[in-house]
Design a protein around this ligand. Structure first.
Ligand SMILES: [Zn+2]
Length: 270
């Protein structure tokens, strides 16, 4: 089994009713971790999406269901390591950035414990040149932990200690990296390419900054956003449709300090 690299919340007992049957289970997720997981699931699960939308006013039954969905979603992650993730779409993005002249292209995503997941292509002097390195860490402390490696052409091998949250995020990235980048940027208000806070309304709408969009081959700005079926197709429908939910998500983030403590809190100038 995977182990998380932070102290888990105290285990809590929940029970939900399904088809008249009572199902009892234990969750070690904090409510914030549960919500982060529901957010990641919201593309494929209407139930998760609906619960996430009312996250500020969950009844006790809904809270229990939120934990049930999140726990079930995270559980198969360790088993799924046997089925390789194909990271070729993420390689394509990193290659595009390198071709644009970026020396060390990196993708960075905040995790629920405040650490940052970083994906980058290993340089020529590294142990495995050209492979994609996946690490988590707090950049300020230089305490990166290796979580796995993907070979060019595809397959990702998770390290034994790869946390379920990291594996779940990588699964989403393998399936549709652009959708994850857009949704993550909008939710957290941070550009995953340069790790800067998004201060421009158009960047917040896109989920990343203007300069980064150019470097990474992503659409940006009102015209390209509406023209690009890429983004409108990739963004979960409810994110695109519900500006109020976006504003609430950002307010949540403000009220939830610590998540991006290790990222530069400088306005994105891109
Ligand atoms: Zn940026």
């Amino acid at each position: 089994m995977c182990e998380t690299n932070h102290t888990p919340a105290a285990a809590r007992e929940f029970s939900v009713k399904s088809n008249g049957r009572e199902i009892a289970f234990t969750s070690t997720l904090s409510n914030a971790e549960m919500l982060q997981t529901l957010f990641l699931m919201s593309n494929g699960s209407n139930f998760a999406r609906d619960l996430y939308r009312v996250r500020d006013r969950l009844s006790s039954a809904q809270l229990a269901w939120g934990h049930k969905l999140a726990v079930d979603h995270l559980r198969p992650a360790a088993v799924a390591v046997a089925a390789p993730l194909n990271m070729s779409q993420v390689f394509d993005l990193l290659d595009t950035a390198a071709a644009s002249g970026l020396k060390y292209p990196k993708l960075r995503f905040g995790l629920s414990d405040g650490r940052v997941l970083t994906l980058s292509v290993a340089g020529p002097m590294s142990k495995a040149p050209g492979t994609m390195k996946v690490v988590t860490g707090s950049r300020a402390n230089g305490d990166d932990v290796f979580r796995g490696r993907a070979r060019r052409g595809g397959d990702f091998s998770a390290a034994r200690n790869c946390p379920p949250e990291v594996f779940a995020l990588l699964e989403s990235l393998a399936a549709d990296p652009r959708a994850v980048i857009v949704a993550n940027g909008r939710l957290n208000g941070v550009c995953c390419f340069c790790a800067r806070v998004l201060s421009d309304a158009r960047s917040l709408a896109a989920g990343y900054g203007d300069t980064c969009a150019g470097n990474w081959g992503m659409p940006w700005g009102a015209a390209s956003m509406s023209a690009a079926s890429l983004v409108s197709a990739a963004v979960p429908e409810w994110v695109a449709a519900d500006n109020a939910a976006l504003a609430a998500a950002r307010a949540d983030d403000e009220a939830n300090p610590g998540r991006f403590d290790n990222l530069d809190r400088v306005p994105c100038d891109c």
